[in-house]
Design a protein around this ligand. Sequence first.
Ligand code: C2E
Ligand code: CA
Ligand code: CA
Length: 731
Amino acid sequence: MKKYQKPIIITFTIIFIIIVMVVSFLAYTQNLIRQSILTNLGEITKQDAEKLENKIQEHKRILETIANEVKEKAKNEQEIFDIYNRNSGNEEFSRIAILYKNGTTITSDGKIVDLSEEVNQFFSVEEIQISKNRISKVDNEEINIYSKKILFQNEEVVILLVIDNDKYKNLFTQNIFYGEGIECIITNTGEIIANSKNEENNTNIFQDLKNINEKEFNKVDEIQSEILENQEGQIYYKIQEKNYYISYKKLSIEEWRLIIIIPENIIAKNLNQLLEAIIIVSIIVIIITLLVTIYILLSNIKKKEKLYKLAYIDPITGLGNYNDFLRRIEEKIEDDSNKMIIILDIDKFKTFNKKYGHIKGNELLKRVGEETKKIVRKTDIVCRLGNDVFGIFLDGEVDVKKITNRLNKNITKIQIEDKWYNIHISIGIYVYHSKEKDIQGIIDKAIIAHDSVKGKYNEKYGVYTDKFEQQLSRESEIENMMEDAIKNKEFEVYYQPQISTKTQKIEGAEALVRWNKDGKVISPGEFIPIFEKNGFIINLDKYIFEKACENIREMKKEFKEIPKISVNISKESLVNNNFLIEYEEIMKKYNVMSEEIEFEITERTTVSNDIDIKNVLNEIKKKGFCIAIDDFGTGYSSLNMLETLPIDTLKIDKSFIDKINIKEDNTSLIEAIMFISQKLHLKTVAEGVETIEQVNYLKKWNCDLIQGYVYSKPLRFEELKERLRNGSMLS
Ligand code: C2E
Ligand code: CA
Ligand code: CA
């Protein structure tokens, strides 16, 4: 879920930005539209005002002309009506009327009405007056009256030019905003002269507005004063949640105003359509953006996953790699429970690869990975750290015995395509408390535990303890000292005599190294494995060999017959190509013959697959050296192998000799070894013989030589010579 967090944030941010943009765009558009509506209204108002002014001016002119002519020529009422008929032109006035001081009014269409109530009003003004709209007493039509006082036959009368109120309305822009808007002419008090809408009771526009919006008198007053104070203008007003567009212009007549009022909801119909379109487009844009962002983000995630795979996934097993192992442990290391790291590798994987090919090798790795995953829990981590090494991280309390048993049980027989392969694994374990945060250090400790059992068939797993730490520091201490040890001649050769069961004489002696460090002797058991690991053993073997050769030369000077000297040669020395050349050079230097030397090679070396052991031994044999198999019985060599290798001697390991005194039954292995030895015409040497019982037993089974404390511990060269002078070991 974590990996989607960022993309989701980005997507929502983008959507948010789009929404903000759309909303601002809408607000902007709305504002723009309002502005343009107001400008438009202003334009309409101006045009209509002009039309009205022109029309009224014309009406006034006509009345003026009629009035003048009446003054000059008219003798009776009929002549006034004739003048009217002549001058009214195209204008469709309703009628003309003559108002006498007593209120009697004679109309051109032959009616007589009484206007006595208004007489004063009509007679009080000299100029042409225009009435507000009123109801005609002649035909009940809505009319306006242009009136002018004149002298007619020396009597003051008022000529009334009557016009249908609709004549004004016809001048208004028709169908303004779908006929929903109101256009009207008002007086400076708001009284309506003409209204595009024939609404009943609309006599004062401001009063009407107040009637509709009872709670907002103030607002109406504001509008009123704005309209009355200015020449012209446009207002956008909100009254009681209703918006109005108002445009007004002062007319040049009678302080009148032309007003257009449009409620916004009418325009909104249109505006809403536009907004809807914008919103739909925006939604489409949002969806497209969303899809595009999602696509981009998903492909980014895929790219990232690909990169992640390259960086963290092992392509062969599909498990995480070393970096992944570190990374995931780091994530888990925070909580306080106990944890376990297991380092597991396949013994002799190189050989498997050589024997069955890389494809099978890879398949084996994959299968081991799969089997391992089956054993652990889902929350545990299994990674391939490199080559044939797997790392397992287990969270919480885990039973070491249980898990190693299961690993060993499940990963011994692996099936690859119908075929089963036997393999052996080495397991190193480090159990730690999560207070330890140094991941590399944690893994290293598991590796150390692993190395401690690597290649040891009888040890199924190693668990790291603090002893390892001491061992390691001892190891590095030894490594620091070893170079100087040769220079300082700290290595000394001891000889352990090998006594013939037939002659009781010293027929052989094994050269064994001793390290004298400042008066203390370091056991070869401690430093030889270290030297074997770091390769220094090659130098040591050579050094000991040279010392042995030097001692042989010395012995030959004193004794007619000298024992054959056995020299231990490690695998590392044998692998070295220059081995024989260098050793022969040394022999030449001390004038030593190859018959005087026997090389001891451990049985484990002979079964190692790292070198073509048969070839090397054949070379040695050809030069005339004898070859002994050391620690025989512990290294799992086959009978077939013994037959084909050019060997002379079997050295029965001490562990078999130890069994002799315990129980007769346990000796059957020795008997088998003696049997094989005799069959293959090999000499047998029993190592580590400590009791006379053992000697007697070995004699019985025709063992050739006895080497052990029963006769002698390894001796200084001087001591050995002393023994040789005495002749017999039984003294
Ligand atoms: P190894 O070749 O099996 O040597 C025999 C070991 O058994 C010697 O231990 C010897 O002191 C000991 N031993 C002999 N008789 C008895 C006995 O009756 N009882 C007991 N308990 N032990 C007995 P050491 O000298 O400590 O050597 C240990 C190992 O070190 C040797 O085992 C050999 O593998 C290696 N080593 C010694 N010197 C050299 C050397 O110069 N080169 C190489 N490559 N390895 C050497
Ligand atoms: Ca030996
Ligand atoms: Ca041995």
